[in-house]
Design a protein around this ligand. Structure first.
Ligand code: PRP
Ligand code: MN
Ligand code: MG
Length: 180
């Protein structure tokens, strides 16, 4: 599995440090509030575990599952809501946890959904921000790392539902996805 990686970009330690930095900032920004942390499956599951442990507040935790890449290297441009939450978000301060913001379409979908349901505020904390991949204008509020326009896997991010368990984020060798 490690042989399929061209270059390691962010290792476990640096990701942990990013989680600490963001968690501290979120703790300050939401002082006195009880935010609803909304983790976006599958990609954000590891990052979620890191970040929530750095937030020193009462929080609720929910998981929503959406899909647009269907395991491939490019967005289908259509977001599928695979598993919804049951919690009422009306009046809630929602912090979306994402592993990556790329085209921005998944985030747009989620923000629209939450706004429609009456969330009081919506912010986004993402491990990776691939600004060069944007198809629509949208920004994350808390960013672990900016990442260049390469297809990356690991630490939750997949190709064909694989590589999510790599303990780092790295660039997938092009030969892996051009041969398929
Ligand atoms: C990936 C990633 C983000 C989203 C970002 O999810 O985890 O959720 O795409 O891409 P975008 O900004 O271009 O919309 P994916 O659809 O691969 O589902 P997964 O998290 O289950 O892998
Ligand atoms: Mn995802
Ligand atoms: Mg994926």
């Amino acid at each position: 599995m490690n042989n399929d990686i061209e270059e390691i970009l962010f290792d476990r330690d640096s990701i942990h440090q990013a989680a600490q930095r963001l968690g501290k900032q979120i703790t300050e920004d939401y002082a006195g509030k009880r935010p609803l942390v909304l983790s976006v499956l599958k990609g954000a599951y590891l990052w979620t575990g890191d970040v929530i442990r750095e937030i020193e507040l009462y929080v609720n935790l929910e998981f929503i599952k959406i899909s647009s890449y269907h395991g491939g290297v490019s967005s289908s441009n259509e977001i599928e809501l695979v598993t919804d939450i049951r919690t009422d978000v009306a009046g809630r301060d929602v912090i979306i946890l994402e592993d990556i913001v790329d085209t921005g379409q998944s985030l747009r979908f989620l923000k629209d959904l939450l706004a429609d349901r009456g969330a009081n505020s919506i912010r986004v904390a993402t491990l990776l921000d691939k600004k060069g991949g944007r198809k629509i204008e949208i920004d994350a509020d808390y960013v672990g790392f900016d990442v260049r326009n390469e297809f990356v896997v690991g630490y939750g991010l997949d190709y064909k539902d694989l590589y999510r368990n790599l303990p780092y984020v790295g660039i997938l060798k092009k030969s892996i996805y051009t041969k398929d």
